[in-house]
Design a protein around this ligand. Structure first.
Ligand SMILES: [Zn+2]
Length: 418
C-alpha cells in the first residue's frame, strides 16, 4: 500500500442529528444539538472505498509496532505526526482470572505501556499533531490526571505551550509529571470551574481546546478520539483478525469507548473482521445505566458522592457513550470504589498494577458474569487504561502503616507467616 494513500475526510457529521459540517474542530460538538441543550459529538465521515483492505492488512502487519503505522485511517498526515512512540501495547491473557470468573477467555489491553502511562497518549498524539499543523500557539485542557500529564508531554514534543487547568487536589505524581514538561498549571476552585476557565481561555485568549468544556459534556476534540480507534485495530491484530464478544472500557466522557468502537466498525466495513464486539461502559455513577434502563434519548445527571476514582468520577455521561452502547448492543456496569479496589487487587495478582479507575474494567467483567451476560463461552477484552503508579494511595485505600521489624528469624517468621 502506498504510504501516501489514506482516507480523505470531506465532512464531519453529528452522531445524534446527522447534520453535516465542514472539517474543523467544532469544540462544542454539533452546533444544532448544542442550541437544543443536548450537546453531541461530531465524527468524520470516512470514505473507506479508497482503501485496498488486503494491502492495508499487509502494511499494518509489517510496518513496525507504534500507533502511526495506522496513519492511513487517521485524520492527520503521518508527516505531521507528533509522536513519543505510543501504541503497540500488549494484549495479555489472564488465565487465573478466567478461572476465577468462569469465563472462556479474558485479556487485558495493557495501556499502561504508553509513554506517559495511559491510553490518553493515543488521543494527544493525534490531537497535538493536528494543533501544530493548524499553527496553534497555546493548547489547553481541563484535567486532574492522566489527560493533563499526557497533553503536557505531547505539547512539549510539539513545541507548543500547554495550559493544564486542574484543582488543588491533583495527585502529586500527575502534578509533577505536568510541571516537569514546562506546562502552565492553573488551579480552579472547583471541578466545574475548570471548564469555565477553559472556555474563557478558548473564547477570549484564542487557546486551542484539547478537551470538552460544554455542559452537559459533548466529548473531547474529535481528532484525538480518532486515535483511540488504533486500540481496536491492535486488539484485532493480536487475535489474528478475530474480535472478542465484549470490550470493556472505563468510561467518563466516553471518548475511549466511542473511539474504540468506531475502530471495530471500520475493520468490519473493510471486511478485515467478521463482527463488531458488544461494548461495555464501566461507569462510576449510573448515568448510562439509567438511560438504558429507562429508554432515555440522552444521559441524565445522576446523584454522585465523593470518589477516589478521579478519572471516571463524573455524574453525567455523554451522548456518544449512549450511542455506542445502543449501536453495539452493549451494556453499562456501575462500579463502586470498593469494586474497583477489588479489581486492582485481582489485576495485581496477574502482575498488572492498574490505576483505580482503570481497574473498573475488571470490576465490570465481574458484573457481566453476575448478570448472566458472560459465561464459559465468553471472550472478553478489558482495557486497562492507566498505570497505578500515578495515584497509588487510591489503590491502597486505608491500608495499615508498615511496621518495621528487627533482623531476627522469629520476627521474620511472624511477619511473613503470620
Ligand atoms: Zn446534532
Amino acid at each position: 500500500m502506498e504510504d501516501g494513500q489514506r482516507v480523505t475526510i470531506r465532512e464531519v457529521r453529528c452522531i445524534r442529528c446527522g447534520t453535516a459540517y465542514a472539517v474543523t474542530e467544532w469544540p462544542r460538538g454539533c452546533p444544532r444539538c448544542f442550541e437544543e441543550g443536548r450537546p453531541s459529538a461530531v465524527a468524520p465521515a470516512l470514505d473507506l472505498s479508497v482503501i485496498d483492505p488486503a494491502a492495508l492488512k499487509e502494511t499494518w502487519t509489517t510496518a513496525g509496532r507504534g500507533m502511526w503505522r495506522f496513519h492511513h485511517l487517521l485524520p492527520v498526515p503521518v508527516e505531521d505526526a507528533v509522536s513519543l512512540e505510543e501504541g503497540g501495547t500488549p494484549l495479555l491473557r489472564l488465565r487465573t482470572l478466567e478461572d476465577e470468573f468462569g469465563i472462556g477467555a479474558l485479556w487485558v489491553k495493557d495501556e499502561r505501556r504508553n509513554p506517559t502511562g495511559s491510553f490518553k497518549d493515543r488521543f494527544f498524539s493525534v490531537c497535538l499533531s493536528r494543533a501544530r499543523s493548524q499553527g496553534a500557539e497555546v493548547v489547553a485542557i481541563a484535567s486532574s490526571g492522566n489527560g493533563g500529564a499526557s497533553a503536557a508531554a505531547y505539547a512539549t514534543a510539539a513545541g507548543i505551550t500547554c495550559v493544564v487547568i486542574t484543582t488543588p487536589s491533583i495527585a502529586p505524581a500527575w502534578r509533577a509529571a505536568i510541571a516537569m514538561t514546562g506546562a502552565r498549571l492553573v488551579a480552579a476552585r472547583t471541578g466545574a470551574e475548570r471548564w469555565k476557565l477553559l472556555q474563557t481561555g478558548v473564547e477570549s485568549l484564542n487557546w486551542y481546546p484539547l478537551t470538552n468544556y460544554v455542559t452537559p459534556p459533548a466529548g473531547s476534540n474529535w481528532y484525538g478520539i480518532q486515535g483511540y480507534k488504533t486500540i481496536a485495530y491492535e486488539i484485532a491484530m493480536s487475535l489474528d483478525w478475530d474480535v472478542p464478544d465484549w470490550v470493556v472500557v472505563p468510561t467518563s466522557r466516553g471518548d475511549g469507548l466511542f473511539g474504540i468502537w468506531r475502530g471495530f466498525v471500520e475493520l468490519a466495513e473493510l471486511g478485515l473482521t467478521r463482527s463488531v464486539p458488544r461494548m461495555v461502559a464501566a461507569e462510576r455513577f449510573p448515568s448510562l445505566t439509567v438511560a438504558l434502563q429507562q429508554g432515555l434519548d440522552y444521559p441524565p445527571t445522576v446523584e454522585s458522592e465523593p470518589t477516589q476514582a478521579v478519572s471516571i468520577g463524573n455524574d453525567t455521561a455523554t451522548y456518544q457513550s449512549l450511542h455506542t452502547l445502543r449501536a453495539s448492543q452493549g451494556v453499562a456496569v456501575v462500579c463502586s470504589d470498593a469494586d474497583m479496589r477489588a479489581g486492582v487487587r485481582a489485576l495485581g495478582r496477574e502482575g498488572v498494577f492498574a490505576e483505580l479507575s482503570a481497574a473498573a474494567s475488571i470490576a465490570a467483567v465481574k458484573g457481566l458474569v453476575e448478570r448472566g451476560l458472560a459465561d464459559r463461552s465468553a471472550r472478553i477484552v478489558a482495557v486497562v487504561t492507566a498505570s497505578g503508579l500515578t495515584d497509588p494511595g487510591a489503590a491502597l485505600g486505608d491500608a495499615e502503616p508498615l511496621e518495621p521489624i528487627p533482623p531476627t528469624v522469629d520476627a521474620l517468621r511472624a511477619a511473613v507467616l503470620g
